[in-house]
Unconditional design. Structure first.
Length: 266
């Protein structure tokens, strides 16, 4: 079974192509289960997400294509939610939505002056040279740990996104991430193998082989994601990421229906 659960739409303001074009491309690639998980609305950084007024449009469109193509592909409805330690930014209308799953992702690190640093945004890459790299990684995985503890989400998005620009820590990555992964296991969450890292300076999947090995040791389930923002990115590097998973020992991946998880052979 071919599974791709992390895909965006033009409603996030930084993706191209219609939802129907995305679905048709997934069908062409023989993807069995395809999930739309666009950036959820919240009162923060509006140029990178849909507005709350577009929530019904987004969900209704997914329902329409789910029915239209039900004999060719299974389409799932989800959101990628930016985890914020200021929880008031995460809207209850999203967290309590009737969706198949929620992806929780960390794209912002809380700084000591209470500012939020968008560490994966090229506009703010200069901050990496202003800070201790190990402290950046510690702060990032502390945020992942808090994400898992919140128990709002089903999937952890791009587990080690902090590596995106190839600013790597001096300390052992497994040591830095282990407590967060233990918390993910306690919260019975899934991690995605996200191929988007191959399109970035780091040029490898999220998470790294080392962290995926640790996740396997902890018996944390996986799923697969292309994190597509363009039609040609759907199913991106799928054979490569499934090969990585199999070499580590995984043979099953997670799919969801109405927040209920099921493992299927890939």
């Amino acid at each position: 079974m071919r599974v791709d659960l992390h895909n965006h739409t033009p409603l996030c303001n930084h993706a191209n192509g219609t939802m129907e074009e995305f679905v048709k491309k997934a069908i062409d690639l023989n993807i069995d289960v395809f999930g739309f998980s666009d950036h959820a609305p919240m009162p923060f950084d509006p140029k990178y997400r849909m507005d709350i007024s577009q929530k019904d449009e987004y969900e209704n469109n997914i329902d329409f294509f789910k029915e239209k193509y039900k004999n060719k592909i299974e389409i799932l409805k989800a959101y990628e939610v930016d985890f914020m330690q200021n929880s008031s930014l995460m809207l209850d209308e999203v967290l309590n939505s009737k969706v198949d799953y929620l992806i929780g992702s960390v794209h912002f690190i809380q700084e000591s002056n209470s500012n939020l640093w968008g560490f994966d945004n090229p506009e703010f890459i200069g901050k990496y040279k202003e800070k201790n790299i190990d402290e950046i990684w510690i702060d990032y995985f502390e945020a992942i740990k808090q994400l898992a503890k919140s128990k709002h989400f089903d999937i952890v998005g791009h587990l080690d996104l902090i590596k995106v620009f190839k600013y790597l820590p001096n300390k052992d990555i497994k040591v830095l991430a282990k407590d967060a992964l233990i918390e993910i296991k306690k919260s019975d969450m899934v991690i995605e193998i996200n191929a988007a890292g191959f399109r970035k300076p780091i040029c490898e999947a999220y998470p790294s082989k080392e962290l995926l090995e640790l996740a396997f040791e902890l018996d944390i389930p996986i799923t697969f994601s292309s994190d597509a923002h363009e039609i040609e990115q759907i199913g991106f590097m799928y054979d490569k990421v499934t090969e990585i998973a199999r070499k580590i020992g995984y043979n099953y991946c997670a799919i969801f229906k109405e927040r209920d998880r099921k493992l299927v052979k890939f």
